[in-house]
Design a protein around this ligand. Sequence first.
Ligand code: XLS
Ligand code: MG
Length: 345
Amino acid sequence: MIKTEYRFCAGPWNFSEGRDPYGPETRPAQSFPWKLAALKKLGFAAMMFHDDDAVPEIDSKSHAQVLKEAKALRHQLDGEGIVAEIVAPRLWFSPRTVDGGYTSNRKADRQYALDRSKQTIDIARELGTHLIVLWLAREGTYLRESKSGARSTELLAAALDAMLAHDPEARLCIEPKPNEPMDHAYIPTIGHALAIAHLTRDPKRIGCLIESAHSILAGLDPADEIDFAMSFGKLWSIHLNDQNGLKFDQDKPFGSANLRVAFNQVRALERNGYGRSGEYVAFDVHPFRTTREEHYLKHLENSRKTFLRLVEKARTYPTEQADALIADLNYQDLDQLVLEHLLGK
Ligand code: XLS
Ligand code: MG
């Protein structure tokens, strides 16, 4: 069996400062060069971006200025030997996206979302990637009666179509999440993401990104989402993290809440050959609120450590024994076999 050498990625937002809806920052903000150097120090190969991570205060700048700054960022990344994996339009922050972007009930706001998404594609090109991530944060409803699901599906497909038309090399990865900040999101699962691709001009250029916590919030097992997406050749990026039940999006270190669920994600990645076409393993994790400045990198370091330990566990899994138990439908002993394997000697 081919052993994939995994390459890792994180975003500047993963060095977050501890703010939550109930309290302010608990750690000082770090500069962009500090974050870049930190990734390098960790041995990560790539950085992921929102459009305004790449070009801060993006709305106050002309298109030409935005591209100029993206080009400068590319030089900075090249200087550190770090690659840009993806760029995602941040369509949930601006006063112009209070009701969503592509599905907003205000026409002018829908246009803003489209313009900003096309610009994101241009930024990605400057950064040397064609991969765009769409976390459709506010594409949903606060109130069921406020939007029509049929019309929203049409609007989402039209927005994807406009992005595909903007750049024939762009590839769009939809990152589903079922709720938060909305009550209900329109694209809550990988099935929805892959299905909507077929309403567009070029379904081949639409794939997906699975975030473990988002699948768990949808009541699904992320390992099944991985297997499903990869059966279609559609898993183009992944955000590994963890989530303790149906709560707010916790973005815990990978494996922190449920090691067995993490193990099964790694097994699914291994059996489908994730990473062999150049895909990165990204950790969309945040430090705990109590984390002090001197431990700023621990959540990333530990997520990678756990991931690699689980890769070893996947590669040393007692397959023959497991297969015999499966053939006998002896799931009682299969369950214990998995636990013993995870517990080690
Ligand atoms: C938030 C999302 C976000 C995306 C990129 O829950 O995970 O961080 O990964 O926009
Ligand atoms: Mg994510």
